[in-house]
Ligand binder design. Structure first.
Ligand SMILES: [Zn+2]
Length: 552
């Protein structure tokens, strides 16, 4: 036997969940030709994989690379971590379709800026508006070539802006506008869009709910119905007060296609996640293709009293939005206001806040407090925790940055959720919130923290969650498994060292914009469609990725 590339003598973890075994992987062109004992094989390139694990490349189902792919076709940092396929266009946000005028471009960038925490300067410098319709956007991706395989969803908010203009923020769509949106979605799916995404809660842009939140339910059923007409694609949905698991199941029924909903986060205080999971599992048992997305990293939100936006759910903070710095400073100094805020913070179910989980990120007056937990400081100083925060903020001219861990902070609870075969691991949000967090390495986190350190489940199960399971759930053909005939998307990693490095600030975005990144540790070789994009632990400049077509 003769191969282009032979990955020799590793432990094969093939993505099916079955036990790992010693063997080799032989690759010809973009395809895996053989897996197993290939001792007599010849190959142009031989890679020694002894003491390494050889798995399918990881699939990241929840990213926001729609805009970043236009200035970084390497899709970093995901491509460092063994990820070989990314889906973007989640949460109702894509950047196509978008009309070719400055007002439409302003709205598109404004939505990404506030809802996904992207810098406006970066977006303005980095987006080349050489497309208008979704199929033109896909062509643009195909022409540029990407390091990874990409699947692009059409975002409901963008469809609305395309068909309705600024009225997308104001009112339900007319019959004619619905028809226009449905037509665009159908054309996009036929051109190779991977599906449709919508969102019902949370996000705001220009100080108002994002357009998909303004749609009525009939508009939503109509749009997911387009997937049934075309017979392809998946739906990703964020629920809200009037849209929960029963509605997600209805979407699966109306579209006759898989639906994935996000996020399923653990809230130890309300325990609502277990009820939502149980409901989802009942639908799954009846054959409904419905999958919640769970995360494997704690969720921290950044808070500074200079910009308390993230805490707008707290009435006392909401009142401070848009007021002068002097008014804020006066409020912070007021003992009565402090007691009110403290109570609102602790009582708010949504925030699930506690001073044991608020950590100081940066303080200009007292830098050595970085990493300290508020409740511990309060105990040391024999004072009240909120007073610690307020005094520090006043000393820092309101610039102190805190991180409050509000979701998925209890490893026991998250571990019980991750163990379920009814959930998909996702929520990296790679490409979004780049200045605040970097969870693009979720696969390395799963393999290090949850498998190696906590023994939550065997490595074979973790690899299945990262590969075979999402491929099967979404009908990503010929990927997610190491088997003869599959596309050669492969990750070779060291199970004893795999992990994430320290968070580093990098200034490599367009217009000198900053982002947080982490190095990948123990990810040795990564191939996409048979070509190396990482070799011996270092990135290789190559762009073998394809635009994934939705399955029919
Ligand atoms: Zn998202």
């Amino acid at each position: 036997m003769q191969f282009d590339v032979l990955l020799e003598g590793g432990t094969i973890i093939d993505g099916s969940g079955r036990p790992g075994f010693a063997g080799s992987v032989g690759i010809d062109g973009d395809t895996i030709r053989a897996v197993g004992d290939l001792a007599d094989a010849e190959a142009a390139v031989r890679i020694d994989c002894s003491s390494l694990a050889v798995s399918p490349g990881f699939i990241d189902i929840h990213t926001h690379y729609d805009a970043p792919v236009l200035w970084d076709r390497d899709l970093t940092p995901s491509s460092w971590y063994g990820v070989t396929t990314v889906l973007f266009g989640n949460c109702s946000f894509s950047i196509a379709p978008s009309r070719n005028d400055t007002e439409s471009h302003r709205i598109a960038a404004g939505i990404l800026e506030t809802a996904e925490g992207m810098s406006r300067d970066v977006l303005d410098a980095g987006i080349s508006w050489e497309f208008e319709t979704f199929d033109e956007y896909l062509d643009c991706l195909r022409q540029r070539r990407t390091a990874l395989n990409v699947g692009a969803l059409v975002g409901h908010s963008m469809l609305r802006v395309y068909s309705m203009g600024p009225a997308a923020f104001d009112r339900p769509a007319s019959d004619q506008e619905r028809e226009s949106m449905g037509g665009e979605l159908a054309r996009a799916l036929e051109a190779g869009a991977f599906g449709f995404s919508t969102a019902r809660s949370g996000h705001v842009a220009f100080g108002r709910p994002i357009p998909s939140r303004i749609a009525d339910k009939d508009e939503m059923w109509g749009l997911v119905g387009v997937l049934a007409e075309v017979g392809a694609g998946i739906t990703q949905v964020i629920g809200g007060p009037d849209l929960d698991v029963a509605d997600f199941a209805r979407m699966a029924k109306v579209s006759s296609r898989p639906v994935t909903w996000s996020p399923l986060r653990t809230r130890p205080r309300t325990q609502k996640h277990w009820a939502q999971l149980a409901a989802t599992e009942r639908y799954q048992a009846n054959g409904v293709r419905l999958w919640p997305q769970v995360g494997c990293e704690p969720v921290g939100v950044e808070l500074s009293f200079a910009e308390p936006l993230m805490f707008e759910a707290i009435p006392g903070f909401a009142k401070l939005n848009g007021v002068s710095v002097d008014v804020r400073r006066a409020a912070l100094g007021d003992a009565r206001w402090r007691r009110t805020i403290e109570r609102e913070l602790l009582e708010n179910e949504l925030m699930d806040c506690a001073f044991e989980r608020i950590v100081i990120q940066t303080s200009t007056s007292t830098p050595e407090l970085r990493g300290r937990v508020i409740s511990e400081l309060a105990e040391e100083q024999r004072t009240n925790p909120f007073d610690v925060m307020a005094e520090l903020a006043l000393a820092d001219d309101l610039q102190t940055r805190f991180t409050a861990y509000i979701l998925d902070y209890d490893d026991d609870e998250v571990g019980r959720l991750l163990e379920r075969s009814s959930v998909l691991v996702g929520l990296s949000d790679a490409g979004a919130h780049q200045g605040q967090l970097c969870d693009a390495g979720f696969a390395c986190r799963l393999l290090s923290h949850w498998v190696r350190d906590r023994h939550q489940f065997p490595i074979e199960e973790a690899v299945w969650k990262l590969t075979g399971q999402p491929a099967d759930a979404f009908g990503i053909r010929d990927r997610g498994r190491l088997s003869a005939g599959a596309k050669a998307d492969v990750c070779v990693f060291n199970p004893t060292t795999v992990g994430e490095g320290e968070l580093l600030r990098s200034y490599d975005l367009p217009a000198g914009g900053e982002r947080l990144v982490r190095e990948a540790i123990g990810v040795e070789h990564v191939l996409v469609n048979g070509q190396f994009i990482r070799r011996n632990g270092a990135a290789v400049a190559a762009h073998p990725g394809t635009v994934l077509a939705p399955t029919s």
